[in-house]
Design a protein around this ligand. Structure first.
Ligand code: ADP
Ligand code: MG
Length: 287
């Protein structure tokens, strides 16, 4: 079951879509120094996050420096409570740092208003979560169309795009199914198609296979990497599973709110090879 925090994220995401639709804020201009930000898509400098709950203070992040290049695939690992989700939420503009700087595609997002933040989030970031957050009353194609409401394109074009995205994730035969008429793996694929609907520069996933069995989980991760590879999307995945983390270019380990180690994913090259001939089981078994 999704917890309070997860429900809050779901509400924030929907509110963000609505806010961005109702009031398109002027997009902030990228930093002048284009050379510096040309290749680096995410840059954190000394980022801290402090939560204050009454008398209790939680320092969830204690000075994180991180640089992610365009087209990198990164996994974030660490014990429960180490700050992984907090880090991902900051990277995804769902939250802002308490101190420190965060540049996304050259834009300093640490100081943006909530409207501007919603706009940046909607245009640049795709999210996939453990609990999918599909709207139960909407079918697959409507769920994928939802974030496009603030595009200036008509409904027909939105439908066409959503149809194409569902086809990319192997779900063209499930377009009119509602979430409760789909398997866990299919729901996650709808969520992935929705995450890609704005052609984001960055795809962020918080334990995307946490609710799936290992075979489906492996296929979802292969799909992520295929999309990452085909569309040159920057991919950041929080995972507990070392097997999944090893498919990334780089694994970032965090502990007590700090980056304690960075290593290369051992199976990244092997996965890249495998993806050249990857045919997911849902393509083989389409009914
Ligand atoms: P992880 O994803 O690695 O399990 P989190 O980033 O969710 O860790 O949480 C890091 C720490 O911050 C934990 O101690 C958690 O209890 C705390 N925390 C997370 N969100 C909040 C919040 N909204 N308010 C207060 N404390 C929080
Ligand atoms: Mg977490």
């Amino acid at each position: 079951m999704a917890g309070t925090r997860e429900r809050e994220i779901g509400r924030n995401l929907k509110a963000g879509y609505r806010r961005a639709a109702a009031k398109p804020a002027a997009m902030p201009a990228p930093a002048k120094n284009m050379e510096e930000c040309e290749k680096t898509v995410l840059r954190l400098q000394g980022v801290t996050k402090r939560y204050t709950l009454g008398e209790t203070i939680v320092d969830a992040l204690r000075g994180v420096d991180l640089e992610v290049k365009k087209g990198d695939s990164i996994s974030i690992m660490g014990p429960s409570g180490s700050g992984k989700s907090t880090l991902l939420h900051i990277l995804g503009c769902l939250d802002i740092p308490s101190t420190g700087k965060y540049y996304l595609d050259g834009i300093d997002v640490s100081t943006l208003s909530s409207d501007a933040l919603a706009q940046v989030r909607a245009k640049k970031i795709g999210f996939v979560f453990q609990f999918f957050y599909l709207i139960p009353s909407l079918n697959a194609v409507e769920n994928v169309m939802l974030p496009m409401v603030f595009d200036s394109v008509g409904e027909e074009e939105r439908f066409r795009r959503a149809e194409k995205l569902l086809n990319d994730v192997g779900l063209s035969h499930r377009m009119y199914h509602k979430p409760n008429e789909l398997s866990g793996g299919e729901r996650q694929r709808v969520a992935i198609a929705r995450a890609l609907s704005q052609e984001p520069a960055v795809l962020l996933a918080d334990e995307p296979t946490g609710n799936l069995d290992s075979v489906v989980g492996e296929e979802i991760i292969s799909l992520f990497h295929k999309l990452h590879h085909d569309k040159c999307i920057t991919l950041v995945t929080v995972t507990h599973d070392p097997g999944i983390a090893n498919y990334s270019d780089k694994i970032i380990y965090i502990k007590d709110g700090r980056v304690v180690d960075i290593s290369k994913g051992k199976n990244h090259a092997a996965l890249k090879e495998r993806l050249k001939t990857f045919v997911p089981s849902w393509e083989k078994n389409k009914r």
